[in-house]
Design a protein around this ligand. Structure first.
Ligand code: GLA
Ligand code: ZN
Length: 681
């Protein structure tokens, strides 16, 4: 798929967003005006149907599609394509009244009342049957519409249900996983501890604060089950469209780094990855660059699920949201850079929630392209129109992808297991934050990195960083060994390889599962520091990095087998023992950083390893972000200046598509400026 655009009907960058005309059916004047303004704003796509169930099917079995046909037709006649959503994200009142099994049950085993959204029991056969009924109608009614480009299943799937139906399904999941053999489960969950042995699968209940919450294997399997059940639901929706409209691709929109579902697994079920981006811009305690770096991490996680094609930024906001602690408006110029960041990271779309502000109810003050004012001469409208025009100018970028030579490993089940471990310090485990901090080092060095699961193939990568890989799944150690022996550079850290996939500790030395051999060392102890404490990591004289850097939070005390010591601790009873090591293995090297070393130290080490691997860093001024997208032998180099000063950057010879100017060598990038340099490779 590499190099082709996401949609052959619309082979360009997409601009648009959620559109809810069903809220305005009694205002045909407004609907007319919407289309006129969309064209003015350079909108070429809208998402219809999100949460439209009570209008589409106001009573069971009675479907109203005329309004949707009319709108899709009119949009299409005006060059605006449709992403059509299934309405399953929020249930109408009649459904819950008649079929209460659709209502979600909390871990306290209390069933919700009707209301809100995203709160279904996705196991409920009634809910599934009614979703299927409406989905079938949608596929039949709109599958052949020339304006349709994508099915958008549900909306931000999430959460869990603990009803009896879900408990029984969980037990089935466990029976399958443990081969219907309760002793296997007892062994993997180590239930002899505290006399928690089960005699039969029927005795098992999912975790609850007033019930079982101390068996790590149970907690982890419950989360895995929730992901599996969500996939099962997603498949039940997808099946309808795969059968009836196999040529129309499918997505479901993800949230940011959402802790409750393993998005890596969900992403395998859809054709195009899409997600909703709502960073907390404008926080005076943080720079725009820093806030955006976090957003880049999310973008890159989404991009890395399908590296051969662009992703979609399905939602974002041109101004402010209504659910942050402080709902600050984007400053002039901020919308342009933040929208372009998505494209730089590999999105082919800039889409908003939403086109027009609702008049009432919960999101009436959430930012949108069209305000309650209803005018096109607002600052926000002009900002959006400017982005629309810019995306049109950058059309040729569509279909290009980012090709990284470095990867950062990030696993949801590792995250769950670390969080749940009764160990270390709950205040400082910070697994995602640690991965983000590593990611930021790549960003600062102008090196594109993919963020992938530890189970993904590592072919094509030269450098792999695996922060805090506490839980080692089967085959992962072999996988890493193969990567290093084939010439790869691997960086592992403290808290690696403590437990197997079911949270049983590895015996005979961490990092276990076969990794002691790869790193050439084992861990004897781990010291958790109080927040005000630190140790020092001093590089030895012939190490490729020089200097002493502080270490905080975690210091492992390791014993060398056949690794070489690159740095040692400066303080405490383990002063002088190894803190950073390297172990040549086959053609490559396995580095181990035994302490949470401060950024400067990690950066110095990383730069050296990148250089050894032949990956060139791109020197960037602070506050400037860089990414390269590629298509055949054309590269698109994105430079985004998040600062309010001009910055000097050094670029390869080519053309800046934003200004249309030839560029090369040292160039000036304007405050909150963007350059997209087309470079022939
Ligand atoms: C989510 C939802 C949207 C809307 C926005 C508001 O992303 O998908 O329907 O509620 O949040 O920011
Ligand atoms: Zn349920």
């Amino acid at each position: 798929m590499t190099g082709s655009t996401l949609f052959s009907k619309l082979p360009k960058l997409l601009h648009g967003g959620d559109y809810n005309p069903e809220q305005w059916l009694d205002r045909p004047d407004i609907l007319e005006e919407d289309i006129r303004l969309m064209k003015e704003a350079g909108v070429n796509v809208v998402t219809l149907g999100v949460f439209s169930w009570s209008v589409i099917e106001p009573v069971e079995g009675e479907f109203h599609f005329t309004w949707l046909h009319d709108i899709m037709d009119r949009l299409y006649e005006n060059g605006i394509y449709t992403v059509l959503s299934t309405p399953s994200g929020a249930r109408p009142a009649w459904l819950d009244e008649k079929y209460p099994s659709a209502l979600r049950t909390s871990r306290k085993r209390i069933q919700n009342l009707h209301g809100q959204r995203h709160n279904h029991c996705i196991t409920s056969p009634d809910y599934r049957r009614l979703v299927r009924a409406v989905d079938e109608r949608l596929a039949e009614q709109f599958g052949a519409h020339p304006g349709l480009i994508l099915w958008h299943l549900s909306n931000e799937l999430g959460g869990e249900c603990a009803c009896e139906l879900c408990q029984e399904k969980f037990r089935e999941f466990l029976r399958r996983k443990y081969h219907n053999h309760i002793e296997e489960l007892n062994q993997q969950w180590w239930t002899t501890f505290w006399s928690h042995r089960y005699n039969d699968f029927s005795q098992i209940e999912g975790p609850a604060a007033h019930g079982e919450k101390s068996i790590h294997g149970l907690n982890l399997d419950w989360k895995r089950f929730t992901t599996e059940n969500t996939i099962d639901f997603l498949r039940s929706e997808a099946r309808v469209f795969r059968e009836k409209t196999p040529e129309i691709p499918i997505t479901t929109n993800f949230m940011h780094l959402y802790p409750a579902l393993d998005y890596n697994k969900l992403s395998k079920e859809i054709d195009i990855v899409s997600w909703d981006s709502y960073p907390r811009y404008g926080n005076p305690d943080r720079s725009l660059y820093d806030i955006s770096a976090e957003n880049a991490f999310d973008h890159v996680i989404m991009r890395s699920f399908k590296k051969d094609r662009p992703f979609m930024m399905m939602e974002s906001v041109p101004s402010l949201v209504n659910w942050h602690e402080f709902n600050k408006a984007k400053r002039p110029g901020e919308h342009r850079v933040t929208a372009l960041q998505a494209i730089a990271c590999g999105s082919d779309t800039v889409q908003y929630f939403q086109w027009r502000k609702s008049r009432g109810s919960y999101e009436q003050f959430h930012g949108a392209v069209i305000d309650h004012l209803g005018r096109n001469d607002t600052r926000v409208f002009r900002d959006v129109a400017e982005v629309g025009a810019l995306l049109e100018t950058l059309s040729e970028v569509s279909g290009s992808t980012v090709r990284s030579k470095a990867a950062l490993l990030f696993d949801w089940d590792n995250w769950w297991a670390i969080e749940d471990a009764a160990a270390f310090s709950d205040k400082t485990k910070k697994y995602p934050q640690t991965c983000l901090n590593m990611f930021k080092l790549f960003l600062q060095n102008g090196v594109d990195v993919d963020v992938i699961s530890s189970e993904e193939p590592l072919d094509g990568y030269e450098v792999v960083v695996a922060p805090m890989l506490y839980l080692i799944k089967p085959q992962v150690a072999d996988h890493l060994k193969k990567f290093v022996s084939g010439g790869g550079q691997l960086i592992g850290t403290y808290i690696t390889g403590y437990v197997n996939e079911n949270t049983l500790c590895y015996l005979g030395g961490f990092p276990g599962g076969g990794l002691t051999e790869l790193f050439g060392l084992y861990t004897e102890e781990i010291d958790t520091l109080y927040p005000k404490e630190k140790n020092g990591v001093q590089f030895v004289s012939d190490a490729p990095v020089s200097g002493t850097f502080s270490a905080r939070d975690y210091c492992e005390i390791v014993k060398i087998q056949d690794a070489s010591v690159l740095a040692t601790y400066t303080d405490d009873f383990y002063s002088g023992t190894p803190a950073v090591t390297v172990h040549p293995y086959g053609q490559g090297n396995a580095y181990y950083v035994a302490a949470r070393m401060e950024e400067d130290g990690m950066n110095a080490l990383l730069k050296q390893i990148l250089a050894d691997a032949g990956i060139a860093c791109r020197p960037l001024p602070g506050g400037v972000e860089y990414h390269r997208r590629q298509k055949a032998d054309t590269a698109y180099d994105f430079y985004i200046n998040y600062t309010t000063q001009q910055q000097e950057i050094s670029v390869e010879s080519g053309v800046d598509l934003v200004s249309g100017r030839p560029v090369g060598g040292t160039e000036t990038i304007e405050p909150l400026g963007v350059m997209v340099c087309r470079v022939q490779l």
